[in-house]
Every structure is written in structure tokens, then in C-alpha cells.
Design a protein around this ligand. Sequence first.
Ligand SMILES: N[C@@H](CCC(=O)N[C@@H](CS)C(=O)NCC(=O)O)C(=O)O
Length: 208
Amino acid sequence: MLPVTLYGSVRSSYVQTALWMCEEKGVAYCNEPLAIGSDAHLALNPYGKIPVMKHQGVCLYETLAICVYLNEQFPGPDLFPPELIQQARMMQWVSAFNTEIYPKLTRNWLFPALGIRDQDPKAFAKAPQEARALLMPMEQVLGEGAYLAGDSLTLADLFLLPLLRYCQGLPGGPEMMAELPALAQWFAVNSRRAGAEAVWQRIEDENP
Ligand SMILES: N[C@@H](CCC(=O)N[C@@H](CS)C(=O)NCC(=O)O)C(=O)O
């Protein structure tokens, strides 16, 4: 099978999710840069987001769609849980990540910290507590099992962990994690998986 091409900087947590998916499945891939908003980018994804995936004439955007394709197209570990209710739960977390967690954690906390957005000092100071509240439903689930959906690693875990890796390095991040012990344990274990470490290594290689 020809390798998959994943476009977009590895600094993006969504790109990290797609790369990590390839690593877990054992899929051969290359990661290509893409200037955000360029004509080349908009030709691949008219909504101007990364990642974009190309494989054997298939071009896909939206990380969930990419991950579904990778999971079904390639052999290797199944990143979907076996039971219907677990699959539905996995989709629930991915959807909550896309609509609630990513927009809220980035708007007032990660993007101002990185200088991508102007900082509102009040909102920035409150951001770790807001993040804690947003992550509490996951803390409760992880208090009862090792993964977000079912008994093994799924897409739900792959979406959440890269963003959390950024947040725990922000002002107030370690304190927030200390208040979410089950999430912190899940984070410590899964961020040391070989597939995850391969992605973190790519981040270092791209930003030495
Ligand atoms: N719903 C999209 C979101 C992807 C997304 O927001 N990617 C960010 C980088 S982490 C991006 O492309 N930002 C560029 C921009 O908004 O201009 C997906 O699941 O792929």
C-alpha cells in the first residue's frame, strides 16, 4: 500500500492526532508542510484547516474523517472499540472535543499563551479553572477505567491527549492536572506509548 500523506505542521494538536493514529496502526506516512490559507491549502480543504490527508487518489479533511479512513483502510490495531455503546461514547467524546473542549481551551488559554491571540488577563487567569470544569466528565470516566471509551486506546484518547499536553505546560496547567488525578495518570501512561513518543519527537525535530 502506498504511504499516506498528512499535510500540516506537527505543532497542530489535530495534526498530532492524525499522525499518532498512523503510528498506532503502523501505517507508513509522510508529513508535509502546508501554508495555512494559501491557495494550495484551500484547494485541498476549502475550510482552511489542517490536517489534510491524501492517499491513493483520496483527499480528506476533518481529523475524525481521516482517522475513520485510516482505521478501516489499513490493517493493524482497531482504534474503534468493539461494542456499539463504546463506539457511540467514543464519538461523543470526539464531538465534545471539537465543539466544546478545543475551542474553549484554545481561545482563552493556549492561543493567548502562544501569542496567537490577544490576551484578556481576566479570562486568562480563569482559564485553568474553566478547563478543569470542562475536563471533569473525563476525569470521572477515567476514575473507573483506563481509557475514555472501552477497554483499550481509541480515537477519543487520540483527540484529547495532544491538546492536554500543551495545556499542562501553560501557567496554571500543572495545578489543574493535580486536581484531576485520574486524567493525570491516563496522560502519564498514554503519552509514553511508543506511537505518541514518535509524534513528540517529530515536534522536536520540526522545532529544534
Ligand atoms: N474540525 C477540524 C479542526 C482542525 C483545526 O482547527 N486545525 C487548526 C490547527 S490545530 C487549524 O487548521 N487552524 C488554522 C486556522 O484556523 O486558521 C478537524 O477536526 O480537523
